[in-house]
Structure formats: C-alpha cells, structure tokens
Design a binder for this molecule. Structure first.
Ligand SMILES: Nc1ncnc2c1ncn2[C@@H]1O[C@H](COP(=O)(O)OP(=O)(O)OP(=O)(O)O)[C@@H](O)[C@H]1O
Length: 635
C-alpha cells in the first residue's frame, strides 16, 4: 500500500517535553477560542459537564448500596434504587442538554473563525495569494463546511475539550474509586485504556491526513458539484446535453479524491485488531479480578457491583466519544487558520500619490505568474502620458489584462518597475493609488445591490445626488431601464431574490460603464476600460465610445479592445505581442507603417468587403468597417 503521508508510528519522543509542551500549547489555544462564544453558554456547558462527572461515582455508590441491601437484607432498598435511577437520569439529561449547549456555542465560534479567514483572504493588497494552490488548500481546510462525513469545526473542537476534560476527570475519579479495592487493576486499566485511545486516535488522524493530502482533488469535486447545480452553466449544460456528462465527471472526481483513502482505510481497519485485543484483555481483567475476589469471599457482592461500575467508568478513557474526533478534526481547521494568520502579506508602500493626472511608465517590466513556465510580459516598456487615450491591442492571451492588473498593483512585477510621476508604484500606498484610478474589467461583478449602490460603490466616499446619478444613467443609455424600475434607483438588481429585478448582459455592462464614469467624476484620474463593450450591440457600442469615453475629461484612459474599429479614435495605439510592445502610434501611423496592426485591421475590413457592413465614412485608409473585428485578434 502506498500512502501520500507516512503512518504515524509510536515513538518515545511523543512523551518528551517538547511534544507534550506543543500539545499543551495547542489545547490552550483551542480553549482560547471559547472567548468568541457566549459566557452564559460556557457556564451551562461547564455545569452540565460537572453533573456528568459527579453522577458517575454516585451511580457506583448507589449500585453498591442497592446490591448490599438486597443481598444482606439489612435495610430499605428503595432509596439506593431511586438514587441509582436518579443519577442515571441526571447524567442522561446533562448529556442531552450539554450537546445542545455545545452545538450552539460551536456555531458562534465557527462564525468567528470564518470571519477571521475572510479577513485574512482580503488582507493582502494584491490577489496572487488567492491563486496560490497552497493558500487555497489551507483556506479550504480552515473553512471546511463538511463535504466529508465529519465537519472540521473549530468551535466543536473548542467546546469538545471541555467535555473531554470532564470525561477524563470522571474516568480518573472512577479509577481512584476502584483503586480503593484493587489499586493494581485500576492502574493497569487506566494505562491500557490510554494505549487503546492513543492507537485509535493515531489511526483516524492518519486517515484524516490522507484525506488532506488530496485537497486539490476535492476542489475538483466542488467545482463539478457547483457547475451541476449552479445557475451560471445551467443554459450551456442543457443546450449541449451535458447534464449526464457533468454528473459522471463529478462522480469520477469524487472517486479520484477518495479512492486512495478508501483503500488505505481498509488497511487501517485491519490494524484495529490490536486495539480490539487489548480491549478484550481489559474487559477480562475488569470482570475477572473483582469476580474472583468475590468468589473467594474477599469482597461482598455490593462491593463487586461497585467495582464493576467503577471499571466501566474507567473504560470511558478508551471510548473515543464524538468530541474526541471533534477536537482532532477541528484542530486541523484551527491549525490551518493559524497557518493563514502566519502568512504575512507582502510589505506595501505608504507614500501618497499626487492627485494630478500622472505620467505612468512601465520600465523593463517582466511578469511571470506563480508556477507558470514562461513570463507573460517580458522587458516591456510603455509610457501612459497624462490625459491621453491609449488603446492596447493584441491577440488573446497576449497579456493585456495582466498589464492592467500590474498597473492596479494587484500583482507586482517579477522584474523591472512601474513608476507614477517617477515614483515606484511599489512605494505608493495601494489603497491611495487605487483611489486615483477606476477600472471596468472584462469580468466585472454584478452586485446584488440597489441600482444606486451599484453605481456609487466605485467612489463610496462621495455624496451622490439623484440628479447626478440620473444624468449618468442617461449618458449610459440606461434611462429606459431606470424608468421601468418600480423603486427607481433603490431597486435591488437581483433576480434570484424576492422584490429584485434582473438586467440583461448588455444592460449590466452599461451599468458598469456608468459606475466607471461616476468614479471618474469623483476624482479618479486614470480610467481603465478592459473590453468595455463586449456585451453591447453595434449602435450601443458606437454610442459608448462617442458619449461615454468621449465624456471622460481630465484623466488618462487606457482602453483594451479586440474590435480595432473601436480603438482607432484613441490618441495612441500599442500592439502587445510576445510580452512586448511591438507597434506604437496613432491609427493612421500604424496603417501607414503596414505592420501587424495594419494587416489585422485590413483583415477585419476584408470580411465586410462584400458590402455586409457599411464602410465608415470617416475612415480614409481604405475599406475598413467600424463594427467588424479581425478573426486573428480573437485568437
Ligand atoms: N491567474 C493566472 N495564472 C496563471 N496564468 C495566467 C493567469 N491569468 C492569465 N494567465 C495567463 O497569462 C496570459 C495572459 O493572459 P491575459 O488575461 O493577460 O491575456 P489577454 O491579452 O487579456 O487575453 P484576452 O484578450 O483573451 O482577454 C495567458 O496565457 C493566460 O493563460
């Protein structure tokens, strides 16, 4: 059998101070998580645990008295019988109430743990950590919602400790009671029960580690499950008849995730023969030693009953209750959370950029995605002049969006630097820098918020009047949409919720453009438009460039588009190819030069040479159209 993680064999070092100290520290930290829960609940948990502890020896004493009264016929057996029943009932009631209290407390602690995780994920100024598989693995462990049969709940681990502590105390108390009559038996049972516990725990933790090693496989299961049940791919899956195929992929991913685990688990189950044998020995000793003493007349029958109940109480040590697993599984989540907290976000700059429209330079910038074999940008040089409209064109995958993300400081160049008015972007406070710019990304987010919030979140610090928002919506050709909304600007744009209203793809894109205009009119000096018209019809696209892009004043505009006809009015166009700028100039200059840009533009035009599209009257270079796009630019 091959296993991705080694089987944890017992070592004497496990009993060393370092290991025990680490264990103590770990448990202390877990207990510290209790501070996120309510004090009242904690008090209730402690109380029910104390009741559980106290009722154990009480049961043994009542049993002893009851049997003694019955056999010796020396008194009233009603009170010991009632005491025994009451102790048992009290114990059951305490267990049930304790479980409810613990679960409630655990949920609060888990909520706090997940909030901490979200804060950690949002903490770095960049986004590269979100794409790092190691970060994803640890984050998924820290926020496990329980796709497996057991949840990794930090909360259950924290409260489980109180319960386990109680159980251990109760078991030791029973051991002490047994030791009054049979000290050697009591010590042997306690030691052997701890051995059984240790073996069982080791085996299950090993299995848990095997499962953890397959976390990337598990993410694939999540992906296929979300795809099958989520709305995003719903249309395509049905159109292409892929429903069955997706189910099969999900199942295949599930097997790929767990096949090794199942195989290794079978092996571990075989190993349990040892702990079963030790358990049998314990049972034989617990029954045999007091039983023989009773037969020899060394103890009376009442004491025999007491000893048997006490021995049963000691067995609690070996009996891995749910809380023991809760602690161990939850510990993994807590450990993952600690790992995440230990990840120091990269040091960022603190300087405040000037509020002017800046000159931005890419100086010999190289960028390689983590783990990628080749750089996307390679010694790239580019200047964005103040107030200019710069268009960046290039085939799919040329690195246009990457360049924009570097500009926004979401990634840091692998080599070279980006400067803003001569200052290295890395030395600027990322939040301050981003408050100077705004962007409309290809994959813009459709926020399930009101129409008003969908616009104003781009400059939350500003005060927006209804008149200003309405004017911007008019500019974005969204007046009819506004008129059709029951609650106007305060309508929630969310067709999955009651009282909400959905928008079409093109309407969402216009709204994203309006958001950009709003940000611009509230102090953003750099406007980035990455494929801003991909969802728009030809008329709306033309209007977008004339009225929306044309409305931007006192700011630099960086525009990315595959539709060359839409970028020709830019002050300057640069062609990105093989990680560098290979052509740079105005539309007219680039056409005259007769390079790749001109070739691609003419290719676009040739698709319409049969008269399918109206030639653009303003274009003097030949037969170009204003709506077509070259196939090669689509990659
Ligand atoms: N997060 C990422 N991790 C690794 N590689 C990436 C990542 N994002 C993009 N890439 C790779 O970087 C290259 C450039 O991608 P980018 O999105 O910048 O291209 P683009 O020019 O904007 O493409 P398109 O025109 O298709 O939008 C591509 O080869 C892509 O596979």
């Amino acid at each position: 059998m091959t296993s991705p993680v080694p089987y944890p064999a017992f070592s004497l070092r496990d009993l060393g101070w370092t290991r025990l100290g680490g264990l103590y520290e770990e448990r202390r930290e877990l207990l510290g998580m209790l501070r996120f829960g309510s004090r009242r609940l904690l008090a209730a948990i402690v109380l029910t645990t104390l009741v559980e502890i106290a009722t154990a020896p009480l049961t043994a004493l009542c049993a002893q008295r009851f049997v003694h009264v019955l056999t010796e016929e020396t008194g009233d057996y009603l009170w010991p019988a009632a005491g025994f029943a009451a102790a048992m009932l009290l114990r059951q009631a305490a267990e049930i109430a304790g479980l409810a209290f613990r679960q409630s407390m655990a949920k609060t602690i888990d909520g706090a743990a997940r909030s901490r995780m979200r804060r950690i994920a949002l903490r770095p100024a960049g986004i590269s950590h979100l794409e790092d598989p190691e970060f994803q693995d640890v984050a998924s462990r820290a926020a496990d919602q329980g796709i497996a049969w057991r949840e990794r709940s930090v909360g259950m681990a924290a409260v489980g400790q109180v319960q386990t502590g109680g159980r251990m105390l109760s078991a030791i108390a029973m051991g002490v009671a047994l030791a009054v009559y049979f000290p050697l038996l009591a010590c042997t049972l306690i030691v052997l029960c701890f051995v059984i516990r240790s073996i069982t725990l080791r085996q299950w933790l090993f299995l848990e580690n095997v499962k953890d090693a397959a976390t990337p496989e598990r993410r694939k299961v999540d992906f296929w499950a979300d795809l099958a049940a989520g709305p995003e791919a719903g249309t395509e899956l049905r159109l292409f008849g892929l429903a069955g195929w997706v189910s099969e992929r999900r199942l295949a991913a599930h097997y790929a995730w767990l096949a090794d685990y199942w195989r290794i688990r079978r092996n571990v189950l075989h190993r349990q023969k040892l702990s079963m044998a030790i358990t049998a020995v314990c049972a034989a000793l617990a029954l045999g030693v007091p039983g023989t003493a009773a037969l020899d007349g060394e103890i009376d029958v009442g004491t025999l009953a007491f000893c048997l109940v006490a021995a049963w109480g000691v067995f609690v040590i070996a009996n891995m209750g749910n809380e023991s697993y809760d602690i161990e599984y939850g510990k993994t989540a807590h450990h993952a959370l600690r790992q995440l907290e230990g990840l120091r976000p990269p040091v960022t700059g603190t300087r405040t950029p000037a509020a002017t429209v800046a000159t931005i330079r890419f100086e010999d910038v190289t960028f390689t995605y983590p783990g990628a074999p080749r750089p996307v940008l390679s010694r790239l040089n580019l200047t964005i002049r103040p107030g200019e409209r710069l268009a960046i064109v290039g085939v799919n995958g040329a690195g246009k969006t990457t360049l924009i993300k570097l500009l926004a400081g979401l990634y840091t160049p692998t080599a070279g630097r980006i400067t803003v008015d001569g200052e290295d972007l890395c030395t600027l406070d990322p939040a301050e820098w981003r408050s100077r710019m705004t962007a409309l990304f290809q994959d813009f987010v459709r926020y399930p918020l009101t129409l008003r919030e969908n616009i104003t979140l781009a400059a939350p610090e500003a005060d927006a009047s209804d008149a200003e928002l309405e004017e911007l919506l008019r500019l974005g050709a969204l007046e009819p949409v506004l008129a059709s909304l029951e609650s106007g600007l305060d309508t929630v744009l969310w067709n999955s919720g009651s009282g909400g209203r959905g928008l079409s793809g093109g309407q969402w894109q216009r709204l994203a453009a309006v958001r950009t205009l709003y940000a611009r009119s509230h102090g953003r000096r750099l406007v980035v438009l990455d494929e801003p018209t991909a969802h728009l019809d030809v008329k709306a696209e033309a209007r977008f460039y004339d009225e929306v892009v044309g409305a931007v004043r006192n700011a630099s505009v960086v525009l990315i588009s595959h539709r060359l006809s839409t970028v020709r009015s830019a002050d300057r166009i640069v062609l990105l190819d093989n990680g560098r700028i290979t052509e740079d100039g105005s539309h007219t200059d680039l056409l005259k030069r007769g390079g790749d840009y001109a070739r691609l533009f003419r290719l676009q035009a040739s698709r319409f040479s049969d008269g399918a599209a109206e030639p653009d009257a303003t274009e003097r270079e030949g037969s170009e159209s204003n709506a077509a796009e070259p196939e090669e630019m689509r990659g």
